[in-house]
Design a protein. Structure first.
Lengths: 250, 363
């Protein structure tokens, strides 16, 4: 019988440890497929964060290094500057990159560091049990904002792609979601472009992927998707914020 | 081989180039800034890269990333900056990544001052960052040693897959002295069968520092400690000066070790049998240096530019078998050779010897 679908070679097959309804698995698979399609698995070095995705270095088929909390982009800078001919990407949660790692997020973009960063934004610190993150929505209840995020006290959530897009060194910036098959295809296109930008040596490429966290949101997987669509998508600017001409032409 | 007049910090930087360092990530801070400045000018010409990080934390993690690819890499800083690098030091040790880190100690705590100080001894030798880890610490006392030890630091880092620290001070970093520019002697080092450079033709590799399975965690800790035991056995270094017949010892490293030699010579002129042990590795502390003297020495004075830190290691090394006193200056002040001798004379009640030798003749 003809095989019309197979597991991507970009993933090792190590079972995902993620909670039911979490979208990390979809995003992992997209990256695995992109690496396979671009034939870069053997040329890629990934950098893992601290957080739920901290174990992703076992799941991707390429070489991987684990960073300290928030430091993935600094580590990736070191890898890329040492091996400019390799493809280097970071996979980070919103807490990792937009809170403790913010200085590096801004400066890799400012330097136009030729790396790719995938941010998975579920609006909470997931691994530690659902605390408020810089991306937590106004009024959203978390374990450290039990009465809902008070923006007069904690400030407004950070829309990181918008911030990064203001910096000239960030040449590709996109904000995508994996809540529907259609959006999954769009997310894959964005992530692929973010790697192609690096292959072309154009500058820093950044993709934010909205994600669910049913466990910490206290919602079912289905209700989590609805919450993402109704609450998160309107709060963040979605789509491709910046696309270089060279990539449009591909 | 040529000899050039060069600033201490520049000697470190030139040694790094000669040692095959290809990447430097740093952030300016007095009194170590000349290192990043010198390398910015000269490392690119030698085929290397210098990148100024957004902060000290970024710089140490850039080193972490570069080291993971098996590339020789260095960073340099001074005390407050080194505090910021502590998390990274712990991660480097756990991930077993070879990085050379220079700390040109300034006077602390807080922002402190720029003068020579040794107030980071505890921080550098006892960990500083979290967890049971060790970094090899080399303590040069003159520009030539800044050069030589920096070169050697890269080999030690590669040999043991461990971060190596050069601990200097503002006096050493800023002083100009003639330095012989030696070429690297390529040593046989362990194969780089762990580096990340793309998994072409081999299994994928990963470098990480975590273990959430307790059994694995303990196995990792035992492996690291076994390595530290090996380093402790093999790499203790020190210099001895007039110790053979010594009745009393000075112990000082770096700048204090250098001053200590003059103190010993002056003491000998007065008939006092003083010797000097100058630790070169601060970790591992050269306990072996003290073993032969545990039962023969009447007393010790440690000379430190801090409130008394190394003295604890000295007391342990001699198993508290004789009185160990501290002579210290702090906050960027340096002791003169006379005040150290006066302190030793008083501490050991050697005033009679001093009185009979006022003309400076040997007895």
């Amino acid at each position: 019988m003809e095989k019309i679908f197979k597991r991507t070679t970009g993933l090792t097959g190590v079972p995902f440890h993620y909670c039911p309804g979490c979208t990390h698995g979809i995003i992992h698979r997209i990256i695995g497929e992109v690496m396979e399609e671009l034939n870069i698995i053997e040329d890629t070095i990934g950098v893992a964060p601290v957080g739920c995705a901290g174990f992703c270095l076992d799941m991707f088929s390429c070489d991987f290094v684990g960073a300290a909390h928030g430091r993935a982009q600094a580590v990736a800078t070191g890898v890329k500057r040492a091996k400019p001919d390799k493809i280097v990407f970071t996979y980070q949660g919103d807490g990792d990159i937009a809170a403790i790692g913010m200085a590096h997020a801004i400066h890799v973009a400012a330097r136009g560091e030729k790396i790719t960063t995938i941010m998975v934004n579920n609006a909470v610190f997931g691994m530690t049990g659902g605390q408020m993150a810089p991306t937590t929505l106004s009024g959203q209840k978390t374990t450290t904002s039990p009465y809902g995020r008070d923006c007069t006290f904690n400030g407004q959530p950070i829309d990181l792609p918008q911030t990064i897009a203001t910096l000239p060194g960030a040449v590709y910036v996109a904000s995508v979601s994996v809540d529907t098959p259609k959006n999954i295809f769009a997310a894959k296109k964005a992530i692929k472009r973010a790697f192609q930008v690096q292959q072309l040596g154009l500058g820093f490429a950044f993709v934010s992927v909205l994600s669910t966290c049913p466990t910490n949101w206290g919602l079912s997987p289905v209700d989590s998707l609805k919450w993402l669509q109704e609450k998160m998508m309107p709060a963040y600017q979605m789509g491709e914020l910046k696309v270089p001409e060279e990539v449009k032409a591909l | 081989m040529k000899k050039i007049l060069i600033k201490g910090n520049e000697a470190i930087a030139e040694a790094a180039i000669q040692a095959g360092c290809k990447l430097f990530f740093g952030y300016p801070i007095t009194p170590s800034t000349e290192i990043v400045e010198y390398l910015s000018k000269h490392l690119p010409k030698a085929g290397g890269t210098v990148l100024q990080g957004e902060d000290e934390v970024a710089s140490i993690y850039m080193c972490y990333g570069a080291a993971a690819t098996g590339t020789r890499v260095m960073t340099a800083t001074s005390s407050p900056g080194f505090s910021l690098k502590q998390e990274g030091m712990s991660y480097l040790a756990a991930a077993e990544l070879p990085v050379v880190v220079v700390n040109v100690n300034r006077a602390g705590p807080g922002l402190g001052g720029l003068g020579p100080a040794q107030s980071d001894y505890f921080q550098c030798t006892k960990g500083g960052g979290h967890g049971d880890y060790r970094a090899i610490v080399l303590a040069p006392s003159k520009s030539q040693e800044l050069y030589d030890f920096t070169m050697e630091a890269f080999d030690l880092a590669d040999k043991y897959r461990n971060p190596v620290l050069i601990l200097a001070d503002g006096f050493l970093g800023q002083m100009m002295e003639p330095v012989e520019i030696k070429e690297r002697v390529v040593k046989e080092l362990p194969p780089q069968d762990w580096i990340l450079d793309g998994c072409k033709g081999r299994e994928k590799r990963k470098i990480a520092s975590y273990s959430l399975t307790n059994e694995v965690g303990e196995a990792n800790c035992l492996r690291w400690q076994a390595k530290y035991d090996k380093i402790t056995e093999q790499e203790q270094r020190w210099e001895e000066f007039y110790t053979e017949d010594a009745e009393y010892l000075l112990v000082g490293y770096g700048t204090c070790g250098r001053i200590g030699k003059s103190v010993v010579l002056n003491a000998r002129k007065q008939g006092i049998k003083l010797g000097l042990i100058r630790p070169i590795t601060l970790w591992p502390f050269p306990v072996k240096a003290f073993v032969p003297y545990r039962d023969t020495i009447k007393g010790i004075v440690t000379v430190e530019l801090n409130a008394g830190q190394m003295i604890e290691d000295v007391k342990l090394a001699v198993e508290c078998k004789m009185p160990v006193h501290l002579y210290s200056r702090q906050g960027g002040m340096m002791p003169g050779e006379n005040e150290i001798l006066e302190f030793a004379v008083k501490a050991f009640d050697l005033s009679v010897a001093e009185e009979v030798n006022v003309d400076g003749k040997n007895i």
